[in-house]
Design a protein around this ligand. Structure first.
Ligand code: NAD
Ligand code: MG
Length: 395
């Protein structure tokens, strides 16, 4: 990497976005924030524009873009844009080298795809886009000649633990299986009965990681691990049977690869997303991420246990959705987004989240996905179906 790398940060005001800006901040000689995007956090965007002076700032929300424009200092040269086309434009701009795909949820699909199609280094945090449209996304990476680097800590750990020459077939490299670690979330050890009355505040209070609200709830339901299992299957071209979920409450090991000679290679580190972010940005080199090193004596103990699929059915639902294939993972994802949103607004109980998703999945007639529109239609259908079920039944 000789010249300064221009980076577009999609979802710049979020948890991953802010961690990415912190890594960029530490290496002004190597990286430049070319474009920043957000949904509607005007205050944070104003501060980030002042500090990073990007060429573009895109607000998905038109009103927020207008508000941002009026509050911008007169000497600011950042161009403010809004809407889907602008998001895709900054993700695929000729001057951009790397795109951090860190919008939350299905909204991240189109700009992440645009980055892949235009051959960027895609730093993929937005796992939902792979879950929704895995085959199309991987095809876009190949056709666009993009570099896909996983930022999700587990997938980043797997990537680091695999041979550099990995060709897309586990057995060809003597790999028996991938061990996908999970913290178990804030409700690990609780029975379904004990989960009936849990609140959004309790659900977003993750024991190890500080993250956005949606992924925090996904971690509490274990849907996050379900989405990650699907993500791993697409990223590493493997079958779900080759990915074993291992609950590891300390979140010190971020995932492992088990080889046929008895070796298990793991990546360990602090639960700090700047490590995988910096790894993705600098790969195949390494740069300082601002993360303190592990103190193994302080950790002292590492525990492992199987996931509890009876209390947390979302993992099973994700496996079923992947097995059904086609549009079903997109339906799982969309129903989950509606359910999590309703839970956060206290309109749906915690244990009703998997129930609602399962009912939506039962009503879906799977279609093959050859075109993006099929995925977008399935996403729309699942959202409408979930809303309808919530009004019809007291879930
Ligand atoms: P967050 O809620 O903190 O931030 C989301 C960002 O997306 C914000 O900048 C927001 O303005 C933007 N956004 C939201 N809705 C949008 C829309 N409709 N259109 C355009 N932009 C929109 O989320 P996060 O925790 O940073 O997670 C981002 C992604 O990274 C998710 O896909 C998540 O699963 C993944 N991820 C996050 C972590 C983590 O530690 N936070 C770890 C692994 C993977
Ligand atoms: Mg993860």
């Amino acid at each position: 990497m000789a010249s300064i790398q221009n980076i577009t940060v999609l979802g710049a005001t979020g948890s991953i976005g802010q961690n990415t800006l912190d890594v960029i901040r530490r290496h002004p000689d190597k990286y430049r924030a070319f474009a920043l995007t957000a949904s509607r956090s005007v205050e944070q965007m104003l501060a980030d524009i002042a500090e990073f002076q990007p060429r573009y700032a895109v607000m998905a929300d038109a009103q927020a873009a207008q508000q941002l424009n009026t509050q911008l200092p007169t000497d600011c040269t950042t161009e403010i844009l809004s809407g889907d086309e602008a998001l895709a434009m900054v993700a695929s701009h000729d001057d951009v080298d790397q795109v951090m795909a860190a919008i939350v949820g299905a909204a991240g699909l189109l700009p992440s795809l645009a980055a892949a199609q235009s051959g960027k280094r895609v730093l993929l945090a937005n796992k939902e886009s792979l879950v929704m449209a895995g085959p199309l996304f991987m095809q876009a990476v190949e056709q666009g000649n993009a570099e896909l680097l996983p930022i999700d800590s587990e997938h980043n750990a797997i990537f680091q633990s695999m041979p550099e020459s990995y060709s897309g077939e586990l057995s060809a490299h003597g790999i028996d299986k991938i061990l996908l670690t999970a913290s178990g979330g804030p409700f690990r050890g609780k029975s379904r009965d004990e989960l009936t009355a849990v609140t959004p505040e309790q659900a977003v209070a993750h024991p190890n990681w500080s993250m956005g609200a949606k992924i925090s709830v996904d971690s509490a339901t274990l849907m996050n691990k379900g989405l990650e299992l699907i993500e791993a299957c697409f990223l590493f071209h493997c079958a779900p049977e080759q990915v074993q979920v291992v609950v590891h409450p300390q979140s010190v090991i971020h995932s492992m690869v088990q080889y046929c000679d008895g070796s298990v290679i793991a990546q360990l580190g602090q639960p700090d997303m700047r490590t995988p972010i910096a790894y993705g940005m600098a790969w195949p080199e390494r740069i300082d991420a601002g993360v303190k090193s592990l103190d193994l004596f302080e950790i002292a103990q590492l525990d492992f246990m199987p996931p509890d699929e009876a209390s947390f059915p979302c993992l099973r639902l994700a496996k079923e959705a992947f097995a059904a294939g086609g549009t079903m993972p997109a339906v799982l994802n969309a129903a989950n987004e509606v359910a999590v949103d309703a839970f956060l607004r206290q309109e749906l109980s915690f244990i009703a989240i998997p129930d609602l998703i399962e009912q939506v999945m039962k009503r879906h007639a799977v279609q093959h996905i050859e075109q993006l529109q099929t995925v977008l239609d399935a996403d729309r259908w699942a959202r409408d179906c979930a809303q309808q079920l919530m009004t019809e039944e007291s879930l």
